[in-house]
Design a protein. Structure first.
Length: 173
């Protein structure tokens, strides 16, 4: 089943979910760059890809949002008592996932670094742009907010699986 149904997320939704999740995990390894000033294997092998992977994430997240909107009529239903909470949590996840790469780009451009993706210079180095740098300064706080939202998301999935023992988690597996 490629598309979603009332009982299960389809292949494309699951690929978006787990693929974006894996890339966000990779991006989180950027925190390892803070240890010993990046002088270790994480800082030397994974962190240099941060901007390129972030650019891929931006494209995937936009595609994922359009896919999710198209699947709304077929998506699994939520318990009416908590549907507003589930929808709010997912909206927050999508919003922050979109804001992360946009704020990262604003940081790079606003501070005059330019944007180089997979070895291709997309935006040349240039003068600093104050408003873009200000927007870019939100990148780090948004990263911590994303971590909190992901922990909450995983926690709720485990709560449904281990405490409520319902099939919520199975819909995405």
């Amino acid at each position: 089943m490629i598309g979603d149904s009332r009982t299960r997320y389809g292949v494309i939704s699951r690929l978006f979910h787990w693929g974006v999740g894996a890339l966000i995990f990779w991006q989180a390894l950027k925190l390892g760059d803070r240890i010993a000033e990046g002088e270790h294997w994480i800082g030397q092998t994974l962190v240099p890809w941060h901007v390129s992977i972030g650019s891929v994430l931006l494209v995937l997240i936009v595609l994922r949002i359009f896919w999710a909107i198209g699947q709304l009529p077929r998506r699994p239903l939520h318990d009416p008592a908590t549907a507003w909470l589930v929808k709010s949590g997912h909206f927050a996840l999508y919003a922050v996932m979109l804001a992360m790469p946009l704020s990262g780009l604003a940081h790079l451009i606003g501070n005059g670094y330019g944007v180089k993706v997979f070895g291709n210079q997309l935006v040349a180095k240039g003068d600093e742009i104050g408003w873009a740098a200000a927007v870019g300064s939100l990148h780090s706080p948004l990263a911590w907010l994303l971590v909190i939202l992901i922990v909450g998301h995983v926690g709720m999935a485990l709560y449904h699986r281990l405490v409520k023992r319902d099939d919520i988690m199975q819909r995405m597996l």
